[in-house]
Design a protein around this ligand. Structure first.
Ligand SMILES: Cc1ncc(COP(=O)(O)O)c(C=O)c1O
Length: 424
C-alpha cells in the first residue's frame, strides 16, 4: 500500500528494525537478485542510503518532486537523480519535445539542424562562450575540455580541483589507473590558492589547464576565483570552470558569471536536459577552434532527442524563473534545519554546498562513533517519514518542489531529529 509523505507524523518514536525492514521488502529482494548478476549488486551511485535492510534501494517511478520506491512508499525527493532533474521528474513539455523528436528518428547519420540550434541556444547564456561542442555526459565534457586545452597550449599536464567524472584522469590513484597518470594531473586545494601556485611552480611551462569545480570554493568568495584564474593565466595555462553541477542552477546561469570570472572553457551537463543525457563544452572560439578535426567524437553524441529536451528545459528555466525559486526554497530549508538542530541541541549544521539550491545537512559531533550513530538514526527516520535525503551527497531543489513540500520536509526532519536527540 502506498504511504504518503509525512504518514508517520503522529509519533516521533524511533522505528524498530523490524518495522523498518518491513517497509523495504521488495527493495531487498531486488538487491539479492542483482547481487547474482551485477558486480556488487549496484553501481556506486546506487549505494544504500544507510543500509540495505532499513532504507529503500530501488525506485519504480517519479513525477514532479515525488518518487515511489518498489515497495510503494512515496517520498519528496531531494536527490533528483544526482541533480539531473531540475524541473521535476517527467516534466511534460520536456518529455513531449524529446519524444516528438524521437518519433522523427533521434539519431541520424551525419549532422542534424538541432546540433546547431542547441549550441546557438547555449552561447548567449555563459560568459566568454563563442563556440561549443556537444556531448552526452559530464565526464565526456570535462575530458574533451582537457583534450582541447592540451592541443591549444601544446602542453600535457593539468591541475584539477573537485570531482570531474569517472574517467581515469580524475580518479584517486589506484591499481587500475594507468601508471604515471596522477602525476600528469596534480591536485590543488581551491581554498588555498598557494597550493595552485606550488603546482604551477613545480611544472613551469608544462601545465595546459587548471580545471575547477566551483562548488569546491567554500565560502564562495569571488576574490578566490579571480586569484585562481590570475595564477592560471600568468602560467600560460587555460582556466576551465567545470560547471557540470552548478551550470544553469543559479542566476545568472553559472558561477563563472556570478563571480565575474570569464573562463577559457566551461563545461555543463546535469540541469541542462532535465534527465536526458546531454552535455557541452563552451568557450572562446580561438581556443575551441582547435577542436576542429580533433577526436572527441562518439556514436551517440549526435542524439537529437536529448537536445530537444535541453531546448525545452532552457526555455522553462527562463519562463518559470526556476533559479530564483530553488534559491529561495534551498535557503528556507537550510535556515529551518539549523534552527531545529539548535532547538534540540543537536551537533548538526545545514548549509548550501556552496549555494542554497544545493543544500546539505551534516552532524558534527566530535565523537566519530556518536556522529555515525546520529547520522544513521536521522536519515533512516526521515526516509521512513517520506523524505528522501542523502546522507553523503549534497541535495538538489527543483522547480517542482513547493513551499508545502518544504514544510512537510521540515516537519519530518523535526520528528527525525527528536529521535536522533535520544541517541547517546
Ligand atoms: C563537477 C562535475 N563534473 C563532472 C561530473 C561528471 O558528470 P557525469 O557523472 O555526467 O559523467 C560531475 C558529476 O557529478 C560533476 O559534479
Amino acid at each position: 500500500m502506498s504511504q504518503s509523505p509525512g504518514a508517520r507524523d503522529a509519533t516521533f518514536d524511533a522505528l524498530t528494525e523490524a518495522e523498518l525492514g518491513n517497509r523495504y521488502v521488495e527493495s531487498r529482494a531486488l538487491y539479492e537478485r542483482a547481487s547474482r548478476v551485477i558486480p556488487g549488486g549496484i553501481h556506486l551511485s546506487g549505494k544504500p542510503l544507510v543500509d540495505v535492510a532499513t532504507t529503500p534501494m530501488y525506485f519504480a517511478r517519479a513525477k514532479g518532486a515525488r518518487i515511489w520506491d518498489v515497495d510503494g512508499n512515496e517520498y519528496i525527493d531531494y536527490l533528483m537523480a544526482f541533480g539531473a532533474i531540475f524541473l521535476g521528474y517527467a516534466r511534460e513539455e520536456v518529455e513531449r519535445a524529446a519524444f516528438e523528436q524521437a518519433g522523427r528518428g533521434h539519431l541520424l547519420s551525419l549532422n542534424h539542424p538541432l546540433h546547431v540550434d542547441f549550441i546557438e541556444a547555449l552561447l548567449p547564456l555563459f560568459p566568454g562562450a563563442e563556440m561549443g561542442i556537444f556531448l552526452r555526459t559530464g565526464s565526456e565534457a570535462t575530458t574533451a575540455a582537457l583534450r582541447v586545452a592540451r592541443k591549444f597550449t601544446g602542453r600535457r599536464r593539468v591541475a584539477r580541483c573537485g570531482y570531474h567524472g569517472w574517467h581515469d584522469w580524475c580518479l584517486p590513484l589506484e591499481t587500475f589507473v594507468p601508471e604515471g597518470l596522477a602525476g600528469q594531473v596534480p591536485e590543488f586545494n581551491a581554498n588555498d590558492p598557494a597550493t595552485l601556485e606550488a603546482v604551477l611552480r613545480a611544472y613551469p611551462g608544462e601545465v595546459a589547464a587548471v580545471i575547477l569545480a566551483p562548488e569546491m570554493v567554500l565560502p564562495h568568495e569571488p576574490a578566490v576565483f579571480r586569484r585562481l584564474a590570475d595564477l592560471t593565466r600568468r602560467a600560460g595555462a587555460l582556466f576551465i570552470m567545470d560547471e557540470v553541477k552548478t551550470g544553469l542552477r543559479i542566476a545568472p546561469n553559472s558561477v563563472s558569471e556570478r563571480v565575474q570570472v570569464v573562463p577559457d572553457l566551461l563545461t555543463i551537463s546535469k540541469a541542462l536536459g532535465n534527465g536526458w543525457p546531454v552535455a557541452a563544452v563552451l568557450g572562446r572560439s580561438e581556443v575551441l577552434q582547435v577542436a576542429a578535426g580533433m577526436h572527441y567524437s562518439a556514436t551517440f553524441h549526435g542524439d537529437t532527442a536529448a537536445m530537444a529536451a535541453a531546448l525545452a528545459t532552457l526555455s522553462l528555466i527562463r519562463s518559470l524563473d526556476v533559479q530564483a525559486h530553488v534559491f529561495r526554497l534551498g535557503q528556507a530549508l537550510i535556515d529551518v534545519l539549523n534552527a531545529l538542530a539548535r532547538e534540540l541541541s543537536l551537533p548538526a549544521h545545514a548549509f548550501g554546498e556552496p549555494l542554497p539550491p544545493m543544500p546539505f545537512f551534516r552532524f558534527i559531533d566530535p565523537d566519530p562513533v556518536r556522529n555515525a550513530a546520529l547520522t544513521r538514526c536521522f536519515f533512516r527516520e526521515v526516509l521512513a517519514r517520506g523524505v528522501l535525503l542523502h546522507p553523503r551527497h549534497l541535495w538538489f531543489l527543483s522547480a517542482a518542489h513547493t513551499d508545502e513540500d518544504i514544510a512537510r520536509t521540515l516537519e519530518a526532519a523535526r520528528q527525525a531529529m527528536k529521535v536522533a536527540a535520544t541517541v547517546r
